[in-house]
Design a protein around this ligand. Structure first.
Ligand code: ADP
Length: 490
């Protein structure tokens, strides 16, 4: 099966969040299952072609895409996802992609991803490569399903192609001024209140994908249910509920070649469920790297996250100081984002200099060391489509304490509520007291070493590899192809 995978981020080229992990791992797993995958990605300023062995596609040369009234030129670079046959095509348009960050709030943010999406069609046409399925990820590629149906129906290469729209986070909807429709060269007749392109008075790339794609998928079964409700649907719940028969939830896997404590390339001391000694060495290294004293019996709670509204860190503001005063515990925090959270964690570190370590920023190596060296991992998310860190935590023997929402609810079971199968601690209510209470319950379990080891080992023995999820995606693609064939026959 030929799959065109369109994404705005992908490990190892560029990453701002979990989307990049998924787009680096799923295509590789599909490749192993015998699929033929071509992945498209913008060539951002931060991607150094030499580091990834990328070569300039001189056979394509400069190509032109029309963005509104302008002809915009781009070039293409080619590479592969490491250890795979997955072709990666990087769309090189310095005018749009040479900016300090992959995403911006610049006035031409819409144009950047309009160019990217049309460039994919131009490259595929030049190679005369017919995808069976376009797999689109989040709003940055949300116009593709509409572009196939409304602008490329004349092209035999694309007419039979099915499209799957993947929602990694429904909070990001790609909403722009309705005039952006003209830049995207899509017919205005579909823009009207509650129509296929309209959301809250703006033109939404994501909604357009959710209307025109043959099938919809999101990153956990629970999130697939949640986004059909007004609490989580961000205004798209009605549309999603009306397409519930075509909306699937497939839990993300994790890349076990990288996120595996027995071989993790970022760690100097490896460990596994059968040989757990190395975990204590990682704890020592972790605390040393934050300049914190090491005490064997003091549990360490890790946090690695974007500090975004979704992640629920405001719950920590009122409870952390009393919690730290009442309990023998240390915290290590890695993240960046909303200034109020950055300020809060910096203040906490200044208030408890021997008990709280904070690194404001992005640091891949440190994120691995936190997973390996912490005893517990905290995720108080308001919502969490899938969440990767709780799965990394489980396989690293770092017991997760999470809010019972989205993919967190699909992967973490409370050890008090379900003693026979529990692998972590969960709380329902989005309140500071709930976080406090679940951390206290976790610390109590930590004080009972035998129970703690059982909980840890359950997590470490879980299988979150991509293979099972990739098989589900393959079945989904087959269904999408059938669905499209039926439409074509009508
Ligand atoms: P989201 O995509 O909403 O950010 P996920 O849990 O799905 O959340 O994925 C987050 C990914 O980004 C994980 O791989 C996590 O380790 C990584 N990450 C988040 N913040 C940082 C950071 N400051 N430094 C290093 N890695 C980070």
């Amino acid at each position: 099966m030929n799959i065109c995978f369109a994404t705005s981020e992908c490990v190892p080229f560029v990453k701002t969040g979990g989307l990049a992990d998924v787009c680096g791992a799923l295509p590789r797993a599909l490749d192993r299952l015998g699929c033929n995958v071509k992945l498209f990605l913008p060539l951002y300023q931060s991607i150094r072609t030499m580091d990834h062995g990328l070569t300039y596609a001189s056979d394509l040369g400069e190509m032109i895409v029309r963005v509104g009234m302008q002809d915009v030129g781009f070039h293409t670079w080619h590479g592969t996802i490491p250890d795979s046959n997955v072709d990666v095509y990087l769309i090189d348009c310095p005018r749009y992609f040479h900016r300090p960050t992959p995403y911006t709030s610049d006035p031409d943010e819409d144009e950047r991803f309009i160019l990217f999406q049309y460039a994919i069609f131009s490259v595929l046409q030049r190679y005369a490569w017919a995808p069976d399925v376009f797999h689109c990820n989040d709003w940055q590629t949300g116009l593709i399903p509409a572009i196939i149906r409304l602008n490329y129906e004349w092209d035999d290469l694309f007419r039979p192609a099915a499209s799957v729209m993947a929602i990694h986070n429904i909070g990001y909807q790609g909403r722009f001024n309705p005039l952006t429709l003209l830049k995207a060269r899509l017919p205005q007749e579909h823009y009207y209140p509650t129509g296929p392109f309209e959301l809250f008075g703006s033109f939404s790339f994501l909604k357009s994908g959710l209307v025109f794609a043959d099938l919809l998928v999101t990153v956990s079964e629970n999130y697939a249910r949640e986004i059909q409700t007004s609490e989580f649907g961000e205004g798209l719940q009605g549309l999603l509920a009306s397409r519930r028969g075509e909306l699937y939830g497939i839990l993300n896997g994790i890349d076990v070649d990288v996120w595996n404590p027995a071989i993790d390339p970022y760690l100097t001391d490896h460990f596994s469920a059968d040989d757990i000694e190395g975990k204590a060495l990682n704890k020592q290294q972790l605390l040393a790297s934050f300049g914190l004293p090491y005490r064997e019996d003091t549990p360490v709670v890790g946090i690695v996250s974007r500090f975004a509204d979704q992640k629920g860190f405001e719950l920590l503001h009122p409870m952390m100081e009393p919690f730290l005063r009442a309990h023998d515990v240390q915290f290590v925090v890695l993240g960046s984002g909303e200034p109020r959270h950055e300020r809060f964690f910096s203040w906490l570190q200044a208030t408890f200099p021997t008990r709280v370590g904070v690194y404001i920023g992005y640091n891949e190596r440190l994120s691995h060391l936190i997973e390996a060296g912490s005893d517990l991992f905290l995720m108080p998310s308001r919502y969490e489509p899938c969440g990767l860190n709780q799965m990394y935590s489980l396989v690293y023997g770092t017991v997760p304490v999470v809010r019972y929402t989205g993919g967190l609810a699909d992967t973490v079971r409370d050890s008090d509520g379900e003693p026979a199968t529990g692998n972590g601690f969960t709380f329902d209510w989005f309140t500071s007291e709930s976080v406090y209470d679940s951390l206290v319950r976790a610390l109590e379990a930590y004080r009972t070493p035998e129970r703690w080891r059982t909980i840890m080992k359950r997590g470490m023995n879980a299988d979150f590899s991509w293979e099972a999820s990739a098989r589900k995606y393959l079945a989904l693609y087959e269904k999408a192809v059938d669905t499209r064939r039926m439409h074509t026959l009508k």
